[in-house]
Write a protein that binds this ligand. Structure first.
Ligand code: SAM
Length: 459
């Protein structure tokens, strides 16, 4: 049986043996196995058989051949690679060719790499950019690459932005990443979120988790039109973006809603809030990261399928909605998550690590919560997961639509700080009453403020 060890042994014996072994193979799988296990190639490696494989009719074989040719570094035959590129139809193989040429790091290959920038496949362009960026402080390379900041493809634009423009931009934050302002810690403001955020400094919040009011579904959420509703949320999330620290997360819990029909001669109207809100978020600098589905037991949701159960007529099917979305976004940045994580000290990272038993899928089965005062509250378990998976101990978590304050109480219990806004006095008072009855909000530390009081402490 052919093994990796056997291939290594043959390779080290001398030229020709690997070529013969490949020539003896009848099936593509075995050829690929050999090519994938060749490892490092000795400097005297005779590579003719690899070039012959560039004519193989199986794309994976051509790809593996190019990969190995790439390992010859300065010694690979650029002309032969380029002529394959010109006729190649498989994008994976083409990308590998560009990578192999780039890895030679030779000035004379620059014109070829420039020509790859004209390719229609953005991944090939990015590969060519990679090959060109090795020529540091090269004016000619810079002149070819800088204009790509206006390229039609977002991946290409991002790479160029990060390389040439991001360094020129400075962060608005005056605080270290892991820290925030004391005057925002464990504060609830009884006011409109947009009015309140005018007084909150840039880059002060580590995580936002919220369930916005559902369009015209409850008393506290009446808007003149759906468009006006979406535009209101857009403003809230633009402001949330401003006060969010670089590279940190926003998680928005919504679901489609139904506005009942006006009369029997009309139909009810369904609004796809998560899908309609999404473009507004992305447009304003929130990078889409994940969609988490919150799955509720069927018995806990409104029965819509009853009519269909009786008549069974197609088109009249209305399934029971047992899901809501948790749409996860990150404040766009060229920095990797590692940068965020490295901003915390060793102890904080260790103490914030998520314990065993965490959810491994994007479907979270959690029972909803019912409350006698507030009709749409978060289950504690939902808040717990979001806070534990997306923040560190000592972080500041924000909920612009605080409601009964579930986010605040859970954040506190998990050694995070919270900042909430809630405009309805009755819910604000309810939060305060919960503090007294359950003493979960630490009385000494939680500040329940009017907007005027909040302005004073900020000044
Ligand atoms: C879906 S509820 C949030 C419930 C909350 N997640 C909880 O666990 O209790 C939305 C809340 O947003 C509040 N709200 C609506 N418009 C607001 C605004 N402009 N500023 C601040 N709060 C607002 C409503 O009064 C309501 O309590």
């Amino acid at each position: 049986m052919m093994t990796k060890e056997y291939i290594t042994e043959l390779k080290n014996k001398g030229n020709g043996d690997i070529a013969n072994l490949i020539a003896a193979q009848r099936d593509v799988g075995s050829i690929n196995f050999i090519l994938e296990n060749l490892g490092q190639l000795p400097s005297n490696f005779e590579a003719d058989f690899l070039y012959n494989l560039l004519n193989h009719n199986h794309a994976q074989v051509r790809l593996n051949a190019v990969k190995n040719i790439g390992k010859l570094n300065g010694k690979s035959d650029v002309e032969r690679l380029y002529s394959l590129y010109e006729n190649e139809t498989d994008t994976g193989v083409k990308r590998e060719i560009v990578s192999a040429i780039g890895r030679q790091r030779k000035c004379k290959n620059k014109p070829l790499l420039y020509s790859f920038l004209e390719d229609t496949d953005p991944k090939i362009i990015c590969q060519a950019i990679r090959g060109l960026l090795v020529f540091e402080n090269d004016k000619d390379v810079e002149e070819h690459l800088r204009p790509l900041v206006n390229h039609e493809n977002e991946m290409v634009r991002n790479v160029i932005y990060k390389e040439y423009f991001a360094k020129e931009k400075t962060s608005n934050s005056v605080l270290p990443h892991a820290e925030t302002y004391d005057f925002l810690k464990n504060v609830v403001v009884n006011a409109d979120v947009l009015e309140t955020l005018k007084f909150v400094p840039d880059e002060s919040v580590h995580l936002t988790f919220t369930s916005p009011p559902y369009y015209n579904a409850r008393d506290y959420s009446i808007y003149p039109s759906y468009q006006a509703y979406l535009q209101f949320l857009e403003k809230v999330f633009i402001e949330t973006h401003r006060i969010t620290k670089e590279g940190r997360f926003l998680i928005v819990n919504t679901s489609p809603i139904i506005i009942p029909r006006v009369s029997r001669s009309h139909s009810s109207k369904r609004y796809g809030i998560p899908f309609d809100l999404h473009p507004y978020l992305v447009k304003n600098g929130w990078e889409f990261i994940d969609d988490i589905v919150w799955l509720k037991p069927e018995a806990s949701v409104k029965n819509r399928v009853g009519g269909f159960m009786q008549h069974r007529k197609p088109l009249g099917y209305k399934p029971n909605s047992v899901t809501e979305y948790l749409m996860v976004y990150r404040k766009s940045t060229e920095k990797l998550l590692d940068w965020n994580i490295r901003s915390y000290d060793y102890k904080t990272v260790e103490e914030s690590k998520v314990a065993d038993g965490y959810e491994t899928t994007n479907v979270w089965k959690i029972d909803p919560c019912f409350d006698k005062v507030h009709s749409a509250i978060f289950p504690v378990e939902l808040c717990k997961r979001v806070i534990q998976y997306y923040s560190y101990k000592g972080d500041l978590v924000f909920d612009p639509f605080g409601g009964s304050g579930t986010m605040g109480r859970t954040a506190k219990a998990l050694d995070r700080f919270f900042f909430l806004t809630e405009q309805e006095p009755k819910y604000f008072e309810y939060m305060q009453s919960k503090q007294k009855s359950q003493s979960i909000f630490n009385e000494r530390k939680t500040k329940f403020l009017t907007l005027e009081q909040f302005k004073e402490i900020i000044i």
